[in-house]
Write a protein of this length. Sequence first.
Length: 248
Amino acid sequence: MKTILVFLLLTTQYLFALISITPVEIGENPGLHTKINASLETKRGNTDRDNYKAGARLSYDNNKTYVTWGELSGEYGKSNSIENTNKLFMHIRYIHALTKENIRTELLGQVQNNKFKLIRERTLAGAGLRFKVFDTEQNAKGYFGIGSFYEHISYTSADPIENNIILNTYLAYTRTFANGALFTYTFYYQPMISHVADYIQSHKLQLKLNIYERLYLSFKLSYEYDSVPPQNIQKYDFYQETAFIFEF
């Protein structure tokens, strides 16, 4: 039955997905690990569409005091020969233990662009603290993070170049089930320190199910709201993805 399910889903969904929203724990996956993803969607006939995704993630966990990881991904798409997706994303993060169990420091850097959100370049660098709020016997964990980052944004529109200091706060909940399933929810609230009415908030939800050995089926929902977006850009984005993850 599992073999039939895998075959049916492979014919309609992406083969690989990369980015996980689950908080990374020191000692959870010791050593050096790599994930690679690629997907291709092609439709012809009544619908003419092409969509390409690719990415890679590299992580190292020393199993004692720190874990570091970086990821690179891109997506390009056309519908009826008209480009409708063009974006790149690169993120790196270093997590260091301040106490044995509950308090971590985080250092991060990020570079991205998104043609259809009019972002020519967005770069940021920041730091913060992460607290483990609870860790139950039912394999449920809760986290609270707070910090700040410097952000530089240039646009393809007439919007001015921005240099901002952003307050970065988040809440995360994750639960692992006996059958290997994993549920994660993360909420981010990121206001501009000089103008708190200008903020981004996002909700991300993921359910990951083990299909066979290292093959997983992932369901993701994402909602992001920007209170002051660039000119002619919607204030919100909603994203849903059903995908396969292969971990090695």
